[in-house]
Design a protein around this ligand. Structure first.
Ligand code: 5GP
Ligand code: MN
Length: 327
């Protein structure tokens, strides 16, 4: 049982909240944090959101009345830390220290691997988005969803479930989305901004990365590189990487896709995706020190791009071979 009632009681009992999302915040992390902070404020509490690096540019078109801090100046010293959509404490980035400094701590998450690092931890690995759990929590708190909360929760649900298309999508995902619509979420407006509008830089970066994609001889693995040089040539932002790896995975027959991103000369960050049954978290990311979900995982290696890529591809190749032998 997920202790949603206990979590609601905990939230009612405390005050002065900081809500923490994960590094490279996505729509689910940002959306849940903003909506839940708003809910807490409607309950008469003080609350702000902490997102490492701040709200990504692509989400700045969506309005919010909740304060978002990114490390330099906090609106107030939080007494209660609330970790949302964060699979493990170090994924809070610089926020971890602030979270650890809070007198009380709670966790809401949908990563099955979450070890539980608060007094109350509501974790449901079956939820397609943390947004599902946030909607349930808001209901449990007895707070009425307003259009601002509805907008951000819809963003959370829609982005993490792959527009309600991933296998993780379940009846509860759509029920939560329906609740957002009833509370005033503008589906056309939200999805136009999310999926039918992109900057010139993002478009050029997509072209540069995809032009260099490579595949194995069997055409079951596909990978591409995103270098600092490409970012500057495309005049793109770091966050414009989002979604590129999916183009690699969507190639017919590809079972494993990975995007290798240069982080200076000694670090490489990987976005790993799979279809057809390979568990990229368990069989590729975790053995290399990363984590994530079965079909979408990631890892950061302290190696230059080509060495890091070889390590990832070797691990993935072995995992795919293993899978084929089992079948
Ligand atoms: P993305 O490829 O979109 O950055 O991340 C996909 C998923 O992989 C995320 O939901 C997150 O759980 C996980 N992930 C991404 N990067 C890392 C990483 O560097 N370390 C760990 N432990 N997990 C990661
Ligand atoms: Mn999520």
């Amino acid at each position: 049982m997920i202790p949603m009632t206990e979590l609601a009681a905990f939230l009612k009992a405390h005050d002065d909240y900081a809500l923490f999302g994960h590094i490279n915040p996505d729509g689910d992390a940002a959306g849940c944090c903003i909506a839940l902070a708003k809910a807490l404020r409607k309950m008469g509490k003080r609350a702000f959101v902490y997102l490492p690096g701040g709200l990504p540019e692509m989400y700045k078109v969506f309005d919010h009345t909740v304060e978002i801090a990114d490390g330099r100046n906090l609106p107030f010293a939080p007494r209660t830390g609330f970790s949302v959509d964060v699979s493990e404490p170090n994924r809070m980035g610089a926020g971890q220290q602030i979270f650890d400094g809070c007198a009380h701590r709670a966790v809401l998450d949908h990563h099955a691997t979450n070890p539980g690092f608060g007094e109350v931890c509501a974790v449901d690995g079956e939820a397609a988005a943390c947004g599902e759990l946030a909607v349930a929590l808001i209901r449990e708190l007895g707070v009425e969803m307003d259009p601002e909360m509805a907008q951000w929760l819809y963003i959370a649900l829609c982005t993490d479930s792959g527009r309600f298309g991933f296998s993780s999508t379940r009846a509860e995902t759509l029920e939560a989305a329906a609740a957002c619509l009833q509370a005033g979420a503008d589906v056309d407006g939200i999805t136009r901004q999310l999926y039918r509008t992109r900057s010139e830089g993002r478009t050029r970066l997509l072209g540069l990365v995809l032009a260099g994609l490579e595949m194995n001889a069997e055409k079951t693995m596909c990978w591409a590189r995103l270098t600092d040089d490409m970012l500057s040539r495309a005049n793109a932002l770091r966050e414009d990487n989002e979604g590129i790896v999916n183009y690699l995975l969507e190639i017919r027959g590809v079972q494993f896709a990975c995007l290798a991103e240069e982080r200076g000369s000694v670090q490489t960050k990987f976005s790993l995706r799979s279809k057809g049954g390979l568990d990229v978290a368990r069989d590729v990311a975790v053995p290399l020190g990363g984590g994530g979900h079965a079909c979408a995982a990631g890892v950061t290696l302290n190696l230059p791009m080509e060495d890091a890529l070889q390590a990832v591809l070797r691990t993935a190749e072995a995992a795919l071979k293993n899978l084929q032998e089992q079948e």
